[in-house]
Design a protein around this ligand. Structure first.
Ligand SMILES: [Zn+2]
Ligand SMILES: [Zn+2]
Length: 106
């Protein structure tokens, strides 16, 4: 409890252990480019995944591991479960995904 590292960086959920992970749940989609007057920096800032994430600090025990290097906070984990499409819509989703997959193959 008197660990100073826990005090400076506590888990937002339990507030007992040190936060070692951040929530990776996407909270915003922003694809507009970031402009800087340095080409290398411009490319660096505008490549890859630039979605805004929750970033809630959590300890390993409170974080819900969703995959390799992907963790959700308990709040967003609940939302993620609810975000699942109903079975009827899921069929259309799967059909579309397989269509995209075959287009990529050609
Ligand atoms: Zn915790
Ligand atoms: Zn979160």
């Amino acid at each position: 409890m008197n660990n100073p590292r826990v005090f400076s960086n506590p888990c937002a959920i339990c507030r007992v252990r040190e936060a070692t992970k951040l929530c990776d749940y996407v909270t915003g989609y922003n694809n507009s480019p970031i402009f800087v007057n340095n080409y290398k920096k411009f490319v660096e800032l505008n490549s890859g995944c630039r979605h805004e994430t929750c970033d809630l600090p959590m300890c390993g025990e409170c974080a819900k591991q969703m995959g390799l290097n992907v963790d959700f906070c308990p709040h967003h984990y609940k939302l993620h479960i609810q975000a699942e499409l109903p079975a009827k819509l899921k069929q259309a989703q799967i059909r579309q995904k397989s269509k995209q997959y075959y287009e990529m193959e050609e």
